[in-house]
Design a protein around this ligand. Structure first.
Ligand SMILES: Nc1ncnc2c1ncn2[C@@H]1O[C@H](COP(=O)(O)OP(=O)(O)O)[C@@H](O)[C@H]1O
Ligand SMILES: [Mg+2]
Length: 238
């Protein structure tokens, strides 16, 4: 079975700093949903930014059998969609519909087709009623849904979400979990929210100081590193 993502020995340092990633090995299998757990600063976001070439370190990254390199970049960015922690950095058009249609339009699709795709993606996240609204007027939960629709409009096989529940209240978190559970894509979910990980993921990896130090069923990783996770959750709630 060909993995959807195969990362080998990935190492990266931000300018002049110590390594933010230090020999990461990771594989995502088809239909899998994997939680990326670990304390703040352990490299989770840096890792996710390597999956579609927003950052590029030493080692190798393959997505859907393609090596991540310049000539594959456009194709890989359609295969894997990144949903950033802060939805606002992802939403920038005057209306929700135009925002969601941006990627298809940008990839050369004609306007009618792109808008149709965008509308379908908005239906999937139950935000079609907001199509004509301004993204910055939406609630945090609504923004997250629109950001996800913007990714779905490109027809990805993999979704990578960086701390998607951060700005959401508990009902918003539950609604997001239900939405994600219904999406057929394989998923990588960076989260400090253990319940969220348990609901959505069958496997977890644990990051520490730029590398993956453990992997296994979510419950097993949580009970092994639960103290670290709890500590970190209380931090991020402040
Ligand atoms: N833009 C940046 N410039 C310099 N260092 C960074 C930058 N972003 C993150 N780092 C550092 O890289 C390490 C990993 O950070 P990050 O990937 O954000 O961790 P996590 O997402 O697990 O909290 C940390 O030491 C952090 O301080
Ligand atoms: Mg992060």
């Amino acid at each position: 079975m060909m993995p959807l993502i195969e990362v080998r020995n990935l190492t990266f340092r931000y300018d002049g700093g110590s390594p933010a990633l230090n020999g990461v090995n990771f594989r995502l299998n088809p239909r899998e949903s994997v939680a990326l757990l670990g304390p703040n600063g352990s490299g989770k976001t840096t890792f996710v930014l390597h999956l579609n070439g927003l950052l590029s370190g030493e080692g190798s990254v393959e997505v859907c059998g393609m090596k991540l390199e310049r000539r594959n970049l456009a194709l890989i960015r359609r295969k894997i969609g990144l949903v950033f922690q802060d939805s606002e950095s992802q939403l920038f058009m005057p209306t929700v519909l135009e925002d969601v249609a941006f990627a298809p339009l940008n990839s050369g699709m004609e306007r009618g087709g792109a808008l149709e795709r965008a509308m379908a993606a908005l239906k999937t996240v139950e935000m079609e009623a907001a199509a004509a609204r301004a993204p910055y007027h939406l609630s945090a939960g609504e923004k997250k849904r629109v950001a996800i629709a913007g990714i779905l409009a490109s027809g990805p096989e993999i979704l990578a979400l960086d701390e998607p529940t951060t700005f959401l209240d508990p009902p918003g978190q539950r609604a997001l979990a239900e939405l994600l559970a219904d999406l057929p894509q394989a998923k990588i979910i960076v989260t400090h929210n253990i319940g969220f990980a348990q609901k959505l993921c069958t496997r977890a990896v644990f990051f520490q100081r730029g590398t993956i130090v453990a992997e296994g069923p979510v419950d097993e990783i949580v009970s092994r590193f639960g103290w670290d996770l709890a500590l970190d959750r209380s931090k991020s709630r402040r």
